[in-house]
Design a protein around this ligand. Structure first.
Ligand code: ARG
Ligand code: ZN
Length: 881
């Protein structure tokens, strides 16, 4: 591990094209039980366009160099030097073959980057800079080479040997060993390299592309997981078809392989022709996987598949451009999921996530633009800003140029840059060129960080029959960016009349607004729009479909919100109105909590919820979504600081109970109307029914009455699927009923062999609101099923406690903070990437009262006094700045 107390900052402004290029990379990887030897033959040539240097600098980490040759001649020690993760060679020829033999130790690699071992299986993760842990290389995405990979290992332990491209040769060797050689016809940056060696079973299928080429599809898993691949395979085929239909993109190799590994830092990785997936993002079965899990598998499979074009065929010039591939690909997978299910429900989930996590990130010390301009450790920038806000920026471009214009733009982008490593600017340029529009102000979304706040006021004049909307945009200062410029913001709107219809939009001066895409384009700090021929006071529905990632501040009465909830044509805004109504009611209750008085929820909300529960003409999925209370984390992000941790928790619980008791008849009849399914299908109607029933169960369980507890226990026992079983399990474990200890035991006994279900078991317990939860979490860290080298387990137990359990984590005695700091210090040595994710939780200290902020900072300082990985160093330093 690198231990360095002042790692250096890398800046976009200092980008230089590479001095040397690599045309071919031939790897020979020989796996032995105690070490692995890698021979790399690199065909290197000077980049005549840019080269100034005469020395070649390759990077490498945790490598033992055994051999170095130029054009087959050993290089004398006087001609090269190794220091600080670089191998420097002086006076190299203009073109030559460099041969390197390095020895590595995958079994001791707990960072899970480079080549490592997960449950006995060798696998790689090279993005962003893991390839340097395999051999010395020009480990940067603008160096693209054609790869061949020969893998050699013991045949009985590692019968399956995989790499990118097509297998071209295989054979048996002495001493029970064998080899397979792979060839990837597409040149690629080394971050897309992958290798797998293990004892794996495979599920196979095929896909015929639109031009008639047959592609073999293979999903490799451990033998006991063979029955959990159908959903991933089906999602893959639908993704392939969808990308042909919607983007005109066909797959380009004869094989597409996916390998499931249990120890994985992130969700999955788009290595060319050989995706490597966290088991949690590929395995799915009715018995072990929730509806949300099925949805996640579908979207991650799609995401990685879509990268084949947006990421692999056209890649990033440097890591500052990460959003070029990630923002675009998230946008593509969101579109895909919307097309596979309910567009509105998907949009709601995506926006909810953005507003909870990305808005929080963008208002804290780690705030950065979607194209950051500096970093210490690039792994810290695989963020919701680069991914999800990046997707929002692409979505805004699509809104500005229209659906057809967007397709023209993406066609031009792929055609113009196929085989290249390019920048975010190239993407915007293609959109501009294909549509003859000017996106120069819009480009600020790439360089300016922070969430813009959009304050809106409105005025109706009966005498002049006008309705006036005034928008004021302001982006708060963020680290390194004290002054902000006005952004180009598309605001989709509707003016709704008393019958629920949208009024025709005609601006003073005569401009008509396109009724099919009613968008106001804001460019100035303040802008006013006067709509004419408005005869009655309308209710304004603003930012429909969440047309821009901004904080909208438009005070509306509860009656207006309830009206929009029932009548807005835009499904997203119906949901948004319901959330705003709930938040406004909660604000009263929180204020009451502070004055020690209990406030009953406004009847406007109770009546609106009653309608949701009883009106059978409503869309079930929407009803379920609208009944879901915002999470404590969402509320913490939205409400004024310092965050009232306890008031938020208590008020939300009180609201849940008040709604449950006022609406218990209606909720109970939902339970009767939608009895437990006896067969599981992952399809919209069933998912909605389960979601609505379980939401009602969750409300009713807050009353902890015997009949509901009985029902919940029955559901726990009888459920034929994980969605229903886990909902019941969670409701019981989060209650104060004595039955729960038995339920916890039963659930574990039933699922102890299913690692991903055990993750859920940890998660539910770690997020329990009861006061003894931290003690329980500490106890569970000694449980046989817990594993500090498994990111999934860490997220399920430590992550769930610190992220999803605000009242306990923020206990004013500071015990939660001390616990987290201990874990960060331990993880820093084992797995810096995961440690750094955990450290991010502590960066939000400024959102809390002085006492808590002080305690968090104390723990941050304690972490800071350790020898830190660059990952944790960057986060902690920025947090304490
Ligand atoms: N490109 C991958 C994805 O978006 C993410 C891999 C990032 N891994 C990392 N260790 N930073 O699907
Ligand atoms: Zn991605």
């Amino acid at each position: 591990m690198k231990e360095n107390n002042a790692p250096k900052t890398i800046r976009l402004s200092e980008y230089r094209a590479p001095d040397y290029l690599i045309d071919e990379t031939h790897l020979d990887v020989r796996i032995f039980s105690d070490y692995t030897d890698v021979t790399a033959q690199l065909h290197i040539r000077k980049n005549t366009q840019t080269a100034v240097a005469t020395s070649l600098e390759l990077v490498g980490a945790d490598l033992e160099l055994l051999e170095i040759k130029v054009n087959a001649e050993p290089v004398p020690e006087s001609l090269y030097s190794i220091a600080d993760e670089t191998l420097t060679m002086n006076n190299v020829p203009g073109q030559f073959i460099l041969t390197l033999v390095t020895r590595i130790d995958p079994k001791r690699n707990t960072s899970l980057e480079g080549l490592y071992v997960s449950k006995g299986m060798y696998c790689t993760q090279c993005e962003a800079e893991g390839f340097r842990k395999i051999t010395y290389y020009l480990d940067r995405p603008d160096v693209m080479a054609r790869f061949t990979t020969r893998i050699e290992a013991d045949k009985s332990s590692y019968p399956v040997l995989l790499s990118n491209g097509n297998p071209v040769e295989k054979g048996d060797l002495d001493a029970g060993r064998h080899f397979v050689k792979w060839e990837d016809p597409f040149k690629k940056p080394c971050y897309l390299f992958a290798l797998v060696a293990g004892d794996l079973s495979v599920v196979e299928d095929r896909f015929v592309t639109s031009s008639g080429r047959e592609v073999s599809l293979q999903i490799f898993v451990e033998p006991q997981d063979l029955d959990k691949c159908d959903h991933a395979m089906d999602s893959l085929k639908r993704s392939m078809k969808w990308d042909e239909n919607v983007y005109g993109r066909e797959y380009d190799l004869d094989i597409y392989m996916i390998v499931a590994v249990s120890h994985f830092n992130m969700g999955a990785m788009e290595n060319k022709g050989l995706n490597i997936f966290n088991t949690s993002c590929v395995l799915a079965s009715a018995e072990t996987t929730t509806d949300a899990g099925f949805q996640r598998v579908e979207s991650v499979i799609a995401h990685e598949y879509f990268h084949n074009w947006s990421g692999n065929r056209v890649t990033c010039r440097d890591w500052f451009q990460l959003s070029l591939k990630e923002g675009f690909t998230v946008f593509r997978d969101q579109q895909f999921s919307a097309d596979m299910g309910s567009e509105t429900v998907n949009r709601i989930d995506d926006v909810n996530f953005l507003k909870t996590v990305q808005f929080a990130e963008d208002s804290g010390p780690m705030s950065h633009p979607i194209r950051p301009d500096s970093y210490i450790e690039i792994n810290n920038f695989y963020t919701t800003t680069v991914y999800e806000k990046g997707a929002e920026v692409v979505r805004m471009i699509r809104r500005l140029v229209g659906v057809d214009g967007f397709r023209k733009g993406s066609d031009l982008y792929f055609e113009r840059h196929d085989g290249q490593a390019v920048t975010c600017d190239d993407f915007v340029q293609a959109m501009e060129d294909a549509n003859q529009i000017d996106l120069s102000q819009f480009r600020l979304w790439y360089s300016q960080s922070g969430t813009p706040c959009l304050q809106v006021s409105s005025e109706f004049s009966a005498s002049s029959e006008t309705f006036t909307l005034t928008f004021k945009q302001e982006t708060p200062a963020t680290p390194g960016q004290p002054e902000k410029k006005p952004l180009h913001i598309p605001v989709a709107i509707g003016l709704v009349d008393s019958t629920g219809n949208d009024l025709p939009l005609e601006l003073e001066g005569g401009t008509r607004i396109d009724p099919d895409n009613p968008v106001l384009e804001l460019k100035q700090p303040t802008e006013t729009f006067v709509f004419r021929n408005i005869k009655e006071k309308p209710v304004a529905s603003l930012l429909r479909g969440f047309s821009a990632p901004v904080r909208l501040q438009y005070p509306q009465s509860r009656e207006a919100l309830a009206f929009l909830m029932a009548h807005d044509r835009d499904g997203f805004n119906r949901w948004s109105a319901s959330q705003q109504l709930v938040v406004s009611v909660l604000e009263d209750m929180i204020a009451g909590f502070q004055n020690n008085e209990s406030v009953q929820p406004d009847s406007v909300l109770v009546d609106a919820f009653r309608t949701l529960l009883t009106d059978s003409s409503l869309d079930l999925a929407m009803v379920a979504k609208m009944l879901e209370l915002p999470t404590e984390q969402f509320l913490a992000e939205l409400l004024p600081k310092p965050t009232q941790v306890d008031a938020i928790h208590q008020s939300r619980e009180a609201l849940k109970q008040a709604l449950a008791s006022s609406l218990s008849t209606e909720m109970t009849s939902v339970l009767d109307r939608y009895p437990l399914h006896t067969e599981y299908h992952y399809r919209d109607q069933d998912v909605s029914e389960r979601s609505l029933r379980n939401t009602c169960m969750y409300y009713l369980m807050s009353l902890e009455q015997d009949d509901v507890v009985e029902r919940c226990l029955n559901q726990f026992k009888q459920a034929c699927n994980m969605t229903d079983q886990l909902s019941a399990f969670k409701a019981l474990v989060h209650s104060s009923r004595s039955e729960k200890s038995q339920v916890i035991e039963q659930f574990y006994q039933r699922w102890s062999n299913e690692s991903l279900v055990v993750d859920q078991w940890f998660m539910v317990q770690a997020s329990a609101p009861q006061a003894d939860t931290l003690e329980r979490v500490k106890e569970l860290m000694n449980h046989t099923a817990f594993d500090m080298t498994s990111p999934n387990k860490i997220r399920a137990l430590i992550g769930a406690f610190c992220n999803n359990n605000p009242v306990n984590f923020h206990n004013e005695d500071g015990s939660g903070y001390a616990f987290l700091a201990d874990q960060i210090i331990a993880l820093n040595k084992l797995n810096p990437q995961v440690a750094s994710r955990m450290a991010v939780i502590m960066t939000r200290w400024a959102n809390f009262d002085q006492a808590r902020a002080g305690l968090i900072k104390q723990q941050l300082s304690r972490v800071q006094s350790e020898p830190l990985s660059p990952d944790v160093y960057e986060v902690v330093t920025k947090a304490l700045k």
